[in-house]
Design a protein around this ligand. Structure first.
Ligand code: DMJ
Length: 479
């Protein structure tokens, strides 16, 4: 599947961000691919005032290219697709230019490009990846020039300005909260403290600020350092912030106790205020709007089964079994969202109301865009429990992808998981190669292949080595 995805991308879209398998061409890509359904219609773009975002095309103008190449490097390497890896590396060497104009999302550049380059460097030791990661990291720094140091969402590569227009504009928790892992590695690999300082400052702001009931709302003003509205979610807009807390602890070889404490405190608040069990016995994490719950889970929130499993072992003794069980239950619910569809792939969001459970009930939420979060959780749960059910569930996803998402020239998302006649969306998302296929491969690999003792995966599934940096970005590599 990986070879097929890569070969078609190479044939029709080499150097572009992503492949459009039906029209057999490339496109700039939807850098908002992780936003939950509903938000794009809800006027939030105006609230956020992204200068560069073109709502009509849902893309950024200009900017970096080759997202699929950088996102694929480590997957190709891991799968020993040597020729394909060499093709990707040659493109990075010769054609990945950083002196671009245009704008880009700080978050997406960090998780896809910097994460991808860092992993490629750590896996291969090839200098080109290290140097390009550092150069690109430097280009992101102007985004942090705000009164609080909380970065804005968009950076303009040419002018070095950053995207904001009004005092009301907000930064997003999942975006500014998902830089820590990569930025510590940038400091370690460059010797430049500036990267570590930026993320330490973000941590400082988040520690100090009052949290309603211990919860972290999704929008923060980079001007005042206050929350902008009280919407809390473990899915889109919040998700990887929580993921990076527990992974900061793990990546620091368990020295970053601040991150560990923040993670378990946040998880307790989530359990108290957002966690629910449906009448049919399905455990789910709802979304919170100033105290009122939306009884829904986004596909994006399904990563949380894996995260809670990963974090279970370092919880207080008396909580460990509970977290293991919670992780299994959430993963089971996400699996239900898959098996309750005709295609056996899950919708973008599913609800628990009016007697209907784990199915999409709102218009425009039935699509599946090759997202990884459910197989990601299967992988973590498999490694933790070795319960064969997770491999069976993963294999069912492989079969469904083959049946409904494979097209003549690559894999495509589908517009309605409840229809067995696929209506393809004509997009092979770069995270399909970076994450979905990598997590599936790891689900069927031995535990020592990218062992969870030695590696943490960034939120785009790019592996970063444990024990390289402590919370200050100092090298603490094991001998
Ligand atoms: C990926 O780009 C990352 O996993 C991100 O954190 C949110 N989800 C998308 C894929 O669904």
């Amino acid at each position: 599947m990986m070879r097929f995805s890569w070969q078609n991308y190479k044939l029709y879209a080499m150097g572009e961000n992503e492949l459009r398998p039906l029209t057999k061409d490339g496109y700039e890509g939807n850098m908002f691919g992780w936003f939950p359904a509903g938000w794009s219609n809800g006027g939030w773009l105006e609230t956020l005032s992204f200068l560069s975002y073109s709502p009509e095309h849902k893309t950024f103008k200009g900017g970096l290219s080759g997202a699929t190449i950088i996102d694929s490097l480590d997957t190709l390497y891991l799968m020993e697709l040597k020729e394909e890896f060499q093709e990707a590396k040659a493109w990075v060497k010769e054609s990945f230019h950083l002196n671009v104009s245009g704008e880009a999302s700080l978050f997406e550049v960090n998780i896809r490009y910097i994460g991808g380059l860092l992993s490629a460097f750590y896996l291969t030791g090839e200098e080109v990846f290290r140097l390009k990661a550092i150069k690109l990291g430097e280009k992101l720094l102007p985004a942090f020039n705000t009164p609080t140091g909380i970065p804005k969402g968009v950076v303009n590569f040419k002018s070095g300005s950053w995207g904001w227009t009004t005092a009301g504009s907000s930064s997003i928790l999942a975006e500014f909260g998902s830089l820590h892992l990569e930025f510590l590695h940038l400091t370690e690999l460059s010797g430049n403290q500036v990267f570590a300082e930026k993320v330490r400052n973000i941590r400082r702001v988040l520690r100090k600020i009052d949290k309603p009931f211990g919860l972290y709302p999704n929008f923060l003003s980079p001007v005042s350092g206050n929350w902008v509205q009280h919407h809390v979610s473990v899915g889109g807009l919040g998700d990887s912030f929580y993921e990076y807390l527990i992974k900061s602890w793990l990546m620091s070889a368990k020295t970053d106790t601040e991150a560990k404490n923040m993670y378990y405190e946040a998880l307790e608040a989530i359990e108290t205020y957002l966690l629910n069990v449906s009448p049919g016995g399905l455990t789910y994490i709802a979304e919170w709007r100033g105290g009122i719950l939306d009884h829904k889970m986004g596909h994006l929130a399904c990563f949380s089964g894996g995260m809670i499993a990963l974090g279970a072992e370092d919880a207080k003794e008396e909580k460990r079994a509970h977290y293991r069980e919670l992780a299994a239950q959430i993963t089971r619910t996400c699996h239900e969202s898959y098996v309750r569809s005709d295609t056996k792939l899950g919708p973008e969001a599913f609800w628990f109301n009016s007697g209907r459970e784990a199915v999409a009930t709102q218009l425009g939420e039935s699509y599946y865009i090759l997202r990884p979060e459910v197989v990601e959780s299967y992988m973590y749960l498999w490694r933790q429990t070795h319960n064969p059910i997770y491999r069976e569930w993963g294999w069912d996803v492989v079969m469904a992808l083959e049946k409904y998402c494979r097209t003549e020239a690559g894999f495509s998302g589908i517009q309605d998981v409840y229809s067995s006649i696929p209506n393809h969306d004509n997009k092979q998302q770069s995270f399909f190669l970076a994450e979905t296929l990598k997590y599936l491969y790891l689900l069927f690999s031995e535990d020592d292949v990218l062992s969870l003792e030695d590696w943490v995966f960034n939120t785009e599934a790019h592996p970063l080595p444990v024990n390289h940096s402590d919370s200050l970005g100092r090298a603490t590599r094991r001998q």
